[in-house]
Design a protein around this ligand. Structure first.
Ligand code: IMP
Ligand code: MG
Length: 174
């Protein structure tokens, strides 16, 4: 059976501390800008909410949902399930991702935002698996760099399970 390891990889306190730091940096970098956060569903739901709550500047929130993964199997293809609907023209867009893995998802959202006329498009990811990148995209803001391993918790799922766990865990098999 595959289940979350009993010893967490990143505990809730570390996550909230890092999210506070990211919120501070983002707030200072985008102060006075017309900022739109595009939260990538479903995984970045918790991170996006906590980031926005800790920010000291206003931002418009929108959502993107893209299918790029079936369980733990990687698919090179992405397709849109939910597109952002807020006007992006002339605005600064910050894509909020749970994990930057191959980069396909963030690159698809970035292309959408650029097409919609965004003034700037940046990426903020809670977790960065830089070893597995296929697409040429880098995060401008990274919570934690992690190795190429599947993780769950704090919004991240394995086949829709374990999002509710407060800590982030690797998986164990028995
Ligand atoms: P990418 O398009 O390959 O960069 O993958 C991004 C998406 O894959 C993320 O938004 C996640 O939903 C999912 N994903 C990638 N790695 C993990 C993981 O370790 N745990 C849970 N979901 C993951
Ligand atoms: Mg997912």
């Amino acid at each position: 059976m595959t289940r979350p390891s009993s010893e967490p990889l990143i505990v809730a306190d570390e996550i909230s501390e890092r999210v506070r730091e990211l919120a501070e940096t983002v707030s200072s970098d985008f102060a006075g800008h017309d900022l739109v956060l595009i939260v990538v569903l479903k995984g970045a739901l918790y991170f996006g909410a906590d980031l926005l709550r800790a920010m000291t500047i206003p931002a418009i929130v929108d959502f993107a949902r893209i299918r790029s993964y079936t369980s733990t199997e990687r698919s090179e293809k992405t397709h849109w399930l939910i597109r952002p609907t807020e006007p992006l023209a002339g605005r600064d867009v910050l894509i909020v991702e749970d994990v930057l893995d191959t980069g396909n998802t963030a690159a698809t959202v970035r292309a959408f935002a650029r097409e919609a006329g965004a003034a700037t498009v940046k990426v903020c990811t809670l977790l960065d698996k830089s070893d597995t990148r296929i697409v040429d995209i880098q995060a401008d803001y990274v919570g934690f760099a992690i190795p190429n391993t599947f993780v769950v918790g704090y919004g991240l799922d394995l086949s829709q399970k374990y999002r509710e766990l407060p800590d982030i865990h690797m998986l164990t098999h028995d």
